[in-house]
Design a binder for this molecule. Structure first.
Ligand code: ADP
Ligand code: MG
Length: 240
């Protein structure tokens, strides 16, 4: 359902992705591993369509037969693509509930403000997110765990078809991580394709990916089953 071919991308004139090719099938779960600074987040942002990423000529990102490269991030979101950020940035003056309103009400014609409010409170409770947090300025002074729980809640609300989680485990304690994984498993659509970028072997064993990809030097250098993650846990990335 999502096919990437020969994707090159640069930020501020610096080339970061050097020809990524990968296929992500409907309903499958993928893990993307790799050393720091090798282009994993850039790949996520390129799929989502972040405007400061320049995609090179000849690159293909095709989602359900549709070429995504000319589309804005907003248009891609409307097609069902979702990205949970590695480092969500604070937005002063916009509350968590405002974000959900903006994200959901434009997309889902069946949902009105009251229904959304109730749904958010119900989901927030499952993640032990306090009501008070929903009214606060988005991500301002949030703990690592609070940020990632809000990202998970947003994913559940949007019911994406392709969801990418960029280090959803970072800054999250073991109990919160368990809660987040259980929550995502319960609430994401069963036929959604999931891609987890992570360094956490705890997360990997909790999600049980169908396939593992490894990125190095802005390319996918290895792919395979769970044994690839095991190999890396034992030998590190150096051997690749
Ligand atoms: P990873 O997620 O694998 O750790 P990233 O995709 O975040 O790696 O970064 C890949 C490379 O791109 C790094 O060298 C990083 O410094 C660089 N990079 C990322 N964002 C920017 C930016 N906005 N401006 C310049 N360089 C960037
Ligand atoms: Mg990253």
């Amino acid at each position: 359902m999502l096919t990437i071919k020969n994707l090159t991308a640069s930020i501020e004139g610096k080339q970061i992705l050097n020809g990524v090719s990968a296929t992500f099938e409907q309903g499958k779960t993928y893990a993307l591993l790799g050393p720091n600074g090798e282009g994993k987040s850039t790949l996520g942002n390129a799929i989502m369509g972040r405007p400061d990423i320049t995609v090179g000529d000849g690159s293909e990102i095709v989602f359900d037969g549709k070429d995504l490269t000319p589309l804005s991030a907003d248009e891609r979101a409307r097609l069902g693509i979702f990205l949970s950020f590695q480092n969500p940035l604070p937005i002063p003056g916009v509350s968590v509930m405002d974000l959900f309103r903006m994200a959901v009400l434009g997309k889902d014609k069946e949902m009105d403000a009251m229904k959304l409010h109730l749904r958010v409170r119900e989901l927030a409770q499952e993640l032990s997110i306090k009501d008070e947090l929903l009214k606060r300025s988005l991500y301002e002074g949030f703990s690592g765990g609070e940020k990632k729980k809000v990202e998970a809640l947003q994913a559940a609300l949007l019911e994406p078809r392709f969801a990418l989680f960029d280090e959803i485990d970072t800054g999250v304690d073991v109990d919160a991580l368990k809660a987040i994984v259980a929550f995502l498993k319960k609430h994401l659509p069963e036929d959604a394709t999931l891609l987890f970028i992570t360094h956490s072997h705890k997360l990997l064993s909790a999600i049980g990916p169908d396939a593992v990809l490894v990125m190095k030097g802005g390319k996918i250098v290895k792919s395979g089953g769970k044994e690839v993650a095991q190999e890396i846990e034992e030998q590190g990335f150096e051997a690749l």
